[in-house]
Design a protein around this ligand. Sequence first.
Ligand code: NAD
Length: 515
Amino acid sequence: STPAQLPSTEELRDLAADRLRRCGVGTIGEDAAPEGTGITARTPLTGGVLYRLPAATTEEADAAVTAAEAAFREWRTVPAPRRGALVKRLGELLTEHQDDLADLVTVEAGKIRSEALGEVREMTDMCDFAVGLSRQLYGRTMACERPGHRLAETWHPLGVAGVLTAFNFPVAVWAWNTAVALVCGDPVVWKPSEQTPLTALACDALLARAIADTGAPAALHRLLLGGREIGELLADDPRIALLSATGSVRMGRQVGPRVAARFGRCLLELGGNNAAVVTPSADLDLTVRGIVFSAAGTAGQRCTTLRRLIVHEDIADRLTEKIAHAYGQLRVGNPFDAATLVGPLIGPGAHAAMDKALDAARADGGTVLTGGDRRLADLAPDAVYVRPAVVRMPAQTAIVRAETFAPILYVLTYRTFDEALALHNGVPQGLSSSIFTRDQREAERFLAADGSDCGIANVNIGTSGAEIGGAFGGEKETGGGRESGSDAWRSYMRRATNTVNYSDALPLAQGVTFG
Ligand code: NAD
């Protein structure tokens, strides 16, 4: 069952224009950039072009970093709680415009309404967190071995933060970085995905308003629309003290060494290949709900999407039957329709990758149990709507070890718990993971040092849908970065260790005598 109606590209353009205007973005001509130049804002709902927008030039990118650097010199001495006032105002504006922003996320990234709104709420949650953080950028005082001395550390603003973001979280990842960077004293230069420029314009306009309302330096935020060449400029620019880059492993492989070559700081949030282990004692109904949200939600386009299911052989048939049944109920179609649970893929490239992966899985002996087929091609030939797929695999072959950014869930079986853990950790990525079990020994083992090797390890919930309070990120090819909550703020600051002598003697450390 699929909703029959899809909005037209013209209707979506009108909707986007209205929401942009409400957020304070000036009118964009339909052809702000001539064909063949600039970047193209499309909507995955129809595959149609909404706008052509000019991309930043090399000179504009350079000027943006120069302005941000000047703003840094001012902002770094503003007390952190006062920096928090800016982020507080941003949070208010994001709340005021949450429906506008959610509409834009749906139009541009194709997320269903509830998930789009969830992503916007994540931005305001992040602002709340950062405002609190602005009074808690704590350094430690350490026990000092010398009498009459104090040993402590202070945290200072780092410099301009460059932020590269992916299409699938077009606004939340910006807020993770920007809310924290601003309270830490760092201006932000943002290069969003070339696939989601409109949401970026809206966020930039709202932050500009918050900056004006609070009297902060205007150049604290600079938006650079464009493709990877703009990202490369930021990677190479020594004035970018931190480059926080979210996207594919391919991108991280290119960006990481460039930043390292100039001894810059890099925070990488790259691809995942997330798995759930399901043991015989699992509550199967809860497990199925957790699996379906994580595997089919966001049309399989989250970095934390569940891609591998590692099930005990005794329950594999029963569980896959239940999952296939639940998948049969998933409505695929117009993400603005409240009954829809699966919106479109971002574009034809994602569809081609999905088809190719399914072919490879079949060639490896896999069986497609459900889904994988295209929907609504007659209504929207340039858009890609697919039914999420479940594929039973005889082994964890090369295609299972790769991240295909589409809704494919591979099912593998295991006999011993050690075998399950070996399969679980036997991939190059290390982002998110779950275990479904009622056995405390298995749950604790999964979370232990010799359990899941991921940055996120959950029990009896799926792999996706993290809260902002924890640090977010993963190991191995996921890049090792941590963003959002906990002490992820430290990446945005520099640490100075201070030894203060308040005595009239000069004892040397380690008992060294000199002269
Ligand atoms: P992508 O790698 O194609 O692009 C991400 C960003 O990097 C874009 O802004 C792009 O313009 C830029 N970029 C690409 N190549 C570059 C280069 N060589 N130099 C400089 N900049 C470059 O990713 P995508 O298709 O937009 O997003 C999907 C991918 O992102 C998936 O792999 C997904 O797992 C990952 N992702 C990870 C996280 C996380 O937090 N770990 C979050 C969201 C998405």
